[in-house]
Structure formats: structure tokens, C-alpha cells
Design a binder for this molecule. Structure first.
Ligand code: NAP
Length: 254
């Protein structure tokens, strides 16, 4: 598959008001793209747009059909194209699951982490196809490959991984590759990783948002279907498929 030149092209990044999305918006603008930065906190987006050339603030809530459709309409009329959609908006919803009281949180996790991406793909599909060749990069998680204690969150990411793989062939036929980027532990506002960063022994397991942003830029260029970041998590993901009982035993304590 030929590499995509990013310079002068248009990207939409959801969840760009902090963490991985903000770092990705900066990195893509640095690569020469016009970047539409999306999230609910408009003041954060305005501050980002004011400090980085070629970043444009466009507040929207990805759990709202209407707001996502308005967003796609605004990008179409302002830029006339969309070559890259990064579905990154997400939240660490869905703790332990013990019964009915926890159903609402599982639903909430799916609504933002899974259906948020689906809404954006649906709303941007006509513009992406018309602007082809193009890319969709869905930010799932290693938790979308190995479920270890956060069933609602993991379910939302497993669903996103399944959808990404399932839709890939039909979108590729229209000139748009659909890829998954699966981060491990990353220190951000929504995922502070306090337990891991508290100890020098486990601190090394935690990556930066900039490392994930660099992987997203690479995937946007190459269109590879899947990327785990940091790369050293990859053997665990492979092991989940070839030696599932071993991985289950290892993660049982979580
Ligand atoms: N950090 C990790 O360890 C880790 C690991 C694997 C995967 N991930 C995934 O990486 C993605 C980014 O997370 P992060 O770590 O960078 O966390 P973060 O700093 O908390 O960023 C989450 C972003 O999503 C946005 N967002 C949340 N709900 C939204 C909604 N309904 N509509 C629009 N935007 C919404 C937030 O903006 P507003 O609040 O302003 O809307 C924020 O910009 C998520 O999908 C997460 O699941 C993170």
C-alpha cells in the first residue's frame, strides 16, 4: 500500500483537548496538516489552536449524533476535504462489574469509546471517500486485546478493534484504510497511572502521549492495519491469541 503524503492535507482528531489527542494534533500540524481539533472543552481547544499553527478548534461531543453530524458538515464547508480521521476520544469508564448498578457505566463506556468512533466514521464517510486516498486511525487499547479487570472499558475497546478489522476491506476498496493503534499504559489526565508511576520498578511501564502520537503519525503515513505502542507490549498481544490460558493466568490478579 503506497505511503500517504501528509503535507497540505486535512486531519480531524477527536479527544484533542488533552493527552494523546492533543499530542497527536500537535504532531500532525508539525507534519504539515491542517488539523481540526475536537473535544467538549472548547477553551482547551482554543488555547491549542492559538498556540499551534494550522490547528483549528471545533468543539463537539462524540456521544451526540447531531453534534458529530454538525462537525462533519463544518469540516466539509470549511476545508472541502478530510484525508485523515483519528478517533481518539475516550474515557476510563467501567470499573468492576457486579450487577445491575454497573450496567449504566458499561453503556456509557460503549457510548463514548465505541459508538463515538462509529458516529464519526458514519458522519465523515462521504467526505473521506470523496477525498480518497485517506486514512482512519482508531485509538483502541491493549485492553482491547487483553481484558484484565475493567470489563466495560475492555468491552468498548474489543468492540472497536472488531469493528476496525471488520470494516477494513470495504473501506480500503474505496481508498480509505482503517487502522487500529493500541496503546499500553500512558500517563494522561484521564488515565493518570498513579499506581504504576509511584514505584521506580513499574514507572518504566508507562509511556508518554508523545510516543503514541508519533505512532499515530506513522500509521497515518503508512496505513498499516495495526500498531501496538510501546512496541514491547506486542508479544503479550500475540500471546493472548496463541496461548490464551497462560495470559489469563498471568492477568487473573488484576
Ligand atoms: N492513557 C492510557 O493509558 C491509554 C491506554 C490505551 C488507550 N487509551 C485511549 O487513548 C485515548 C485518549 O486517552 P488519553 O489517555 O489521552 O486520555 P485523556 O487525556 O483523558 O483524553 C481523553 C480525550 O477524550 C475527550 N473526550 C472524552 N469524552 C468525549 C466526548 N464525549 N466527546 C468528545 N471528546 C471526548 C476528552 O476531551 P473533553 O473532556 O474536553 O471532551 C479528552 O480530550 C482514549 O480513547 C483512551 O481510551 C489510553
Amino acid at each position: 500500500m503506497p505511503a500517504m503524503e501528509l503535507q497540505g492535507k486535512v486531519a480531524v482528531v477527536t479527544g484533542a483537548s488533552s493527552g494523546i489527542g492533543e499530542a497527536t494534533a500537535r504532531a500532525l500540524a508539525g507534519a504539515g496538516m491542517d488539523v481540526v481539533a475536537v473535544a467538549r472543552r472548547a477553551e482547551r481547544l482554543d488555547a491549542l489552536a492559538a498556540s499551534v499553527d494550522h490547528v483549528h478548534a471545533q468543539p463537539a461531543d462524540v456521544t451526540s449524533d447531531d453534534e458529530v453530524q454538525t462537525l462533519a458538515g463544518a469540516v466539509a464547508s470549511q476545508f472541502g476535504a478530510c484525508h485523515l480521521l483519528v478517533n481518539n476520544a475516550g474515557a476510563s469508564l467501567g470499573g468492576p462489574f457486579l450487577g445491575w448498578d454497573d450496567v449504566a457505566e458499561v453503556r456509557a463506556a460503549l457510548d463514548v469509546n465505541f459508538f463515538g468512533a462509529i458516529r464519526c466514521m458514519a458522519a465523515f464517510a462521504p467526505l473521506l471517500f470523496a477525498s480518497a486516498p485517506g486514512r482512519v486511525v482508531n485509538v483502541a487499547s491493549v485492553a482491547g486485546k487483553i481484558a484484565a479487570g475493567y470489563p466495560g472499558y475492555s468491552a468498548s475497546k474489543f468492540a472497536l478493534v472488531g469493528f476496525t478489522e471488520g470494516v477494513g476491506a470495504s473501506w480500503a476498496a474505496r481508498g480509505v484504510t482503517v487502522s487500529q493503534v493500541n496503546p499500553g499504559f500512558v500517563q494522561t489526565e484521564g488515565f493518570p497511572q498513579n499506581d504504576l508511576t509511584a514505584s521506580p520498578l513499574t514507572r518504566r511501564l508507562v509511556a508518554t502521549p508523545e510516543l503514541v502520537a508519533a505512532a499515530i503519525v506513522e500509521v497515518a503515513r503508512s496505513g498499516v492495519p495495526e500498531r501496538t505502542v510501546p512496541r514491547w507490549y506486542r508479544p503479550f498481544v500475540v500471546a493472548r491469541h496463541v496461548a490464551a490460558p497462560v495470559v489469563r493466568a498471568a492477568t487473573r490478579r488484576f
